[in-house]
Write a protein that binds this ligand. Structure first.
Ligand SMILES: NC(=O)c1ccc[n+]([C@@H]2O[C@H](COP(=O)([O-])OP(=O)(O)OC[C@H]3O[C@@H](n4cnc5c(N)ncnc54)[C@H](OP(=O)(O)O)[C@@H]3O)[C@@H](O)[C@H]2O)c1
Length: 613
């Protein structure tokens, strides 16, 4: 592994017995949870048994205690066998029960500052930020403005009078044919910017300007003439660009997330150090999953510790490294930074609008919706129907423990938090979780999906799913010449398995209200997830509508429709029963063209033919 991306830049391996740092190479794979499981049949069954114990006792600590006793029993049995055979007890316990003793742990490298020094530095930086903020209107340089979160930041910034200008760093977009590499389309930065404003219903708004750049390049690839201009005007850098792919290889995640952050931080430091600079602060968008699978203690806002149960993927790992890098720039170079850590971001809480985002939770929801649609559309054709039936049955088996709690947070809350950070200089020096305090369980999500999409998901214990169900499903689908579907299901299962096991991290919240001034209560996750399902079904056709401008047209009408319902009922549209919501939707829209028929107010139309779907 080349030294510039080596994990040992941030992490050290430590001997459990002596607490000494071990001079061994750390490979990225060793930092993922996948490295430590499914290596022995007994381990696989033990994990699955622990899941069952958690479900039946409802007590994670008790389940862990029972498993500890079972492991001790395995250890003493191995010792007896080893003595009888005259073999090494460790080898015997490994061969018989897959019991491996881990005599090391990982930790993040410590910086040399003690708590008092850090406190003093942060007090000073906060004061500097407050002084700077007094004198200038807010002018933001934003990275990642074409992404899911970035678009919502632009949308909200448009309405905030204190924000005078947003300069959006964006790269030209070239789409190539997957096989031949032939250029299918090319969009310049200007074209992308114009389309973005149109998509956000902000055409002609002069607050926004788009500049060419790439976060993976020095100075973020910004041309010198532009750099000269920015130095005298930018008050805040919001660094939101990243690679959010959960299955990217380590070097790719590192380049985008760690080196991308370093480039953005260096850029901000240069702005801050320039003579007569108006620069106030660097706002870094991280994720609350920088805490990885930290399951035994609360994932705190004021510290990042290397998680006992490792990371789910290189995205989480490299975002944690980026967070440490941001902290280093603050402590070593005195850069005024704020770190914002969203949980799993979903569409807008009230409407489900997501501007075409297909990532994370949307992926399985859209896959189930599409599978059901294919099944419905194959009525009458016996062969197609049987095949669709098999696909549907396979797609419905998903890894998940019913008790697993997911931290979903609507994008409007996240963007509100990010934009608020530019209005509150006292946030400098802080790490703030943009997460929820009302997590949703996998069981609750499945109930919503059953009601909204008419799909009955069968949750399968994640360890058994990985080792048993998924390989069988993949084989059956490959046999049916459905390799693409098999791959997609395999990918979904392996990506989500880690987030739907019992013992998910609990992310501390509080700074969002205390420092950013966000209002209580935090968004209601179950209602927001309901709207995600309704939106993805009716507006996005489960990911089939891909033209961003068409989606924007639909989302505008959808928002008006939701506004009308809420004005009439005085309740969130999400609290309407799915049947009543669907009745109103059918009365208000031509579903074929997604155009309005009439306002959604208390029309007493007859029940639409067919059921919800
Ligand atoms: N989505 C979530 O659930 C979630 C949860 C927690 C935290 N976050 C954090 O929120 C931030 C935004 O996430 P998102 O969901 O909006 O991601 P997204 O939709 O994938 O957007 C990523 C953005 O980054 C830009 N980008 C990537 N590489 C770049 C490069 N080399 N140079 C310039 N721009 C580059 C993309 O530009 P192109 O359009 O040119 O590709 C795009 O604008 C990230 O920092 C992410 O870690 C997201």
């Amino acid at each position: 592994m080349s030294s510039d991306i080596n994990p040992s830049l941030y992490i050290e391996k430590v001997c459990l017995a002596t607490d000494e740092v071990l001079p061994e190479e750390i490979t990225p794979e060793q930092l993922l949870v996948t490295h430590y499981r499914d290596y022995h049949m007994v381990d696989t069954y033990a994990r699955s048994l622990t899941g069952w114990l958690v479900r039946s006792t409802g007590d994670e600590e008790k389940a862990r205690g029972i498993m500890r006793k079972i492991r001790q029993l395995g250890q003493s049995t191995s010792n007896i066998v080893a003595r009888a055979l005259g073999k090494d007890p460790e080898n015997v316990s490994k061969a018989l029960f897959g019991l491996k003793k881990r005599d090391f742990y990982f930790r993040f490298k410590r910086h040399p500052f003690d708590a008092a020094e850090i406190h003093d530095k942060i007090v000073k930086l906060k004061q500097e930020a407050k002084d700077k903020a007094k004198n200038h209107k807010i002018r933001i340089l934003l990275t990642g403005g074409s992404g899911f979160v970035g678009k919502e930041i632009l949308f909200q910034a448009a309405k905030i009078p204190e924000i005078a200008e947003v300069i959006v760093l964006i790269r030209p977009k070239t789409v190539r044919h997957k096989v031949t590499g032939e250029v299918l389309s090319h969009q310049s930065v200007e074209d992308r910017g114009a389309e973005l404003l149109k998509e956000l219903w902000l055409e002609g708004n002069t607050k926004f300007r788009f500049i060419d750049g790439d976060i993976e390049k020095p100075n973020m690839g910004i041309a010198q003439a532009e750099l000269d201009k920015l130095g005298g005007i930018v008050t805040h850098v919001i660094h939101c660009a990243a690679s959010v792919a959960f299955d990217d290889p380590y070097p790719d995640s590192f380049r985008a997330n760690v080196e991308g952050s370093q480039n953005a931080l260096k850029f901000s430091l240069a702005l801050q150090q320039a003579k007569d600079s108006p620069f106030v602060a660097h706002v870094s968008v991280e994720t609350s999953y920088i805490h990885g699978k930290q399951t035994r203690q609360l994932a705190r806002e004021d510290e990042v510790v290397f998680p006992r149960n490792f990371y789910n993927n290189y995205y989480e790992l490299t975002k944690a490294m980026a967070s440490l890098e941001t902290e280093r720039f603050m402590l070593e170079h005195g850069l005024r930074v704020v770190q914002l850590c969203p949980a799993i971001v979903i569409g807008e809480g009230r409407t489900g609008n997501n501007r075409g985002d297909q990532k994370v939770v949307n992926a399985p929801v859209n896959a189930w919706g599409r599978a059901r649609k294919v099944l419905k559309e194959s009525q009458g054709d016996w062969v197609r129907r049987s095949q669709a039936e098999v696909l549907f049955r396979m797609a419905r088996i998903f890894p998940g423990d019913p008790s697993a709690e997911l931290n979903l947070i609507p994008v409007d809350w996240v963007a509100r938090g990010i934009v608020s950070a530019t209005l509150h200089p006292e946030c400098v020096g802080e790490r703030i979780h943009l997460a929820t305090d009302n997590r949703i369980t996998a069981a609750q999500m499945m109930k919503v999906i059953r009601r909204e999409l008419r799909v009955q998901i069968s949750l399968s214990e994640p360890t058994l799913n990985r080792n048993l169900h998924l390989p069988v499903i993949t084989k059956v689908l490959t046999g049916l010449k459905q390799k693409k579907v098999a791959n997609a299901l395999g990918k979904l299962g392996s990506i989500f398995g880690g987030y739907s096991e019992w013992g998910q991290p609990v992310h501390q919240v509080g700074n969002d209200i205390d420092l950013l001034g966000l209002p209580l209560p935090r968004p209601n996750t179950e209602l927001a997830f309901r709207m995600l399902c309704r939106h993805n079904k009716h507006v996005q056709d489960f990911g089939q509508v891909r033209d961003v401008l068409e989606l924007s047209r639909r989302e505008k009408l959808w928002t008006e429709f939701i506004d009308e319902i809420e004005a009439e009922t005085g309740e969130p549209a999400a609290s309407l029963h799915s049947k009543e919501f669907f009745r109103r939707f059918c009365a208000a829209f031509d579903r074929g063209t997604f155009t309005r028929l009439k306002p959604a107010v208390a029309n007493k139309e007859p029940e639409p033919s067919g059921r919800n779907g």
